[in-house]
Design a protein around this ligand. Structure first.
Ligand code: CA2
Length: 144
């Protein structure tokens, strides 16, 4: 069965690779997308970014209907969005939360997390490699 994988990215992640490299690294979102697609040519990967909370909710609902896996870096909405939490609770796809940095080791407000309680797994603090780690772990688990 072809794995249908949605990779959704939240606000400001379009700036990746252009600022704050000491926190978020130098890879762009486009680099990450290319690397994931090259690492899993057998999977169908839908890779998107939005700055809008409502758009993210709409895409989670879409992923629930069309994907079996959702890899999600919700950016700052991780720490604020009850709407996103509710959409994730209603999502039938397996959910893997990814963060480039480790929010738990940063400002206290980043320790509030509305995504983690809805996720099957979380990866944080490995930079862009976290996306690849999520993908390879998922594909490995599907084979086992
Ligand atoms: O570490 C992560 O992946 C975060 O989801 C990134 C979010 C932050 O609000 C979360 O607490 C943790 C911020 C994304 C902003 O990305 C930028 C990238 C480059 C330059 C400026 C912002």
């Amino acid at each position: 069965m072809t794995q249908q994988i949605y990779v959704l990215n939240g606000p400001n992640l379009n700036l990746l690779g252009t600022r704050e490299p000491e926190i978020y690294g130098t890879d762009t979102l486009d680099d990450i997308e290319q690397r994931m697609k090259a690492a899993a040519p057998e999977a169908e990967i839908t890779f998107r970014q939005t700055n809008s909370e409502g758009q993210l909710v709409d895409w989670v609902q879409e992923a629930s209907k069309t994907a079996n896996v959702l890899i999600l870096n919700a950016g700052a909405y991780t720490h604020t969005s009850v709407a996103l939490h509710d959409a994730l609770r209603a999502c039938d796809a397996e959910i893997v939360e990814v963060h480039l940095s480790n929010p738990a080791a940063r400002e206290p407000f980043r320790s509030t997390n509305y995504v983690a309680p809805c996720a099957n797994a979380s990866i944080a603090g490995f930079g862009a490699s976290g996306y690849l780690m999520a993908l390879t772990a998922i594909l490995q688990n599907k084979k086992d």
